[in-house]
Design a protein around this ligand. Sequence first.
Ligand SMILES: *Cc1c(COP(=O)(O)O)cnc(C)c1O
Length: 359
Amino acid sequence: MSDEGYEMEYIKEAFDTNWIAPLGKNINEFENEFAKKIGSKAAAALTTGTGAIHLALKAAGIGEGDIVFCPTLTFSATANPIIYQHAIPVFIDSDYKSWNMCPNALEEAFEKYPEVKAVMVVHLYGLSADMDKIVELCKKYNVILIEDAAESLGTYYKGKPVGTFGDYGIFSFNGNKIITTSGGGMLVSDNEERIAKARFWATQSRDQARHYQHSELGFNYRMSNVVAGIGRGQLKVLDQRVEKKKYIFEFYKRELGNLDGIQMMPTNEWDNSNYWLSAITLNGNVRPIDIMDALEKENIESRHVWKPMHLQPYFEKFDFVGTDVSEKLFDNGVCLPSDTKMNDGDLERVVEIIKGLWR
Ligand SMILES: *Cc1c(COP(=O)(O)O)cnc(C)c1O
């Protein structure tokens, strides 16, 4: 089956049945199909993954002055909603084993801030965090766990989809993610009552009344029915996308993995990654900037690994627990081109340009 084609069918249905805006069958079906796919009891389709994180924090009761542990190695969209809720992020270092939140640093943070209210864990680049240890610590300290799985739809930790280990999980369908609706997000939880509440907040908190009545602060975060139609079509090709992403990773690993000073991103025995991006680290003479420059000369885009939050001008005033792991991953890491539309010829080209730096 080709990678495309399902979307138009659902969008057309939305038009044909006059369900163009804002609610309708596609939204309900997208939520149901998504929840079923990852094995969660309930899901709320929203305009963005960032909005989903915001509502997860709100649903978890995070508010003014509450402390939230957050990985430092992530996209700013993980941390921003903590500020929207007037809460206080404390940034946690990564470990080399998973690139994600280091359980030892997390434990240290619990000792330092026993009053912490929630832990946000991120699964970067399709790699799952060390969930057994993180879940155990959250249970021990009785705090809420939220999973930012924006980059990791289709990733499994010990056979269970990431995003379903915590009290809340979030996913993104932004343009660059493994499936996309051009923009969108999903909040999932086994707590159906909290998900219903999130839908209520996401539609301006309109009370049940004939007039417009609001007893709570509202947000305009609800996904549209047309966008949900795209999501339904995209969900059908998720497994194919994961297969292709894995193929791309294996291609790079085979061709580049033996070059002096290159390490592929880690894959652990617990992990069934979606390989969203193929990332490498370098510890020899060739630096990330050399690879990025060489590719850019050929009009090929590659990126640094995320710059840690505790090194960002906006966030550096918040505390950080850990050492220099995330900083080293940033200094030494590159994300290689990993678009599922790349063919073998495209991959060969990237590989040849990079190998050229070793000649
Ligand atoms: C993309 C992303 C988000 C935000 O998702 P949007 O849908 O773009 O708002 C959050 N966290 C991480 C780690 C992401 O990569």
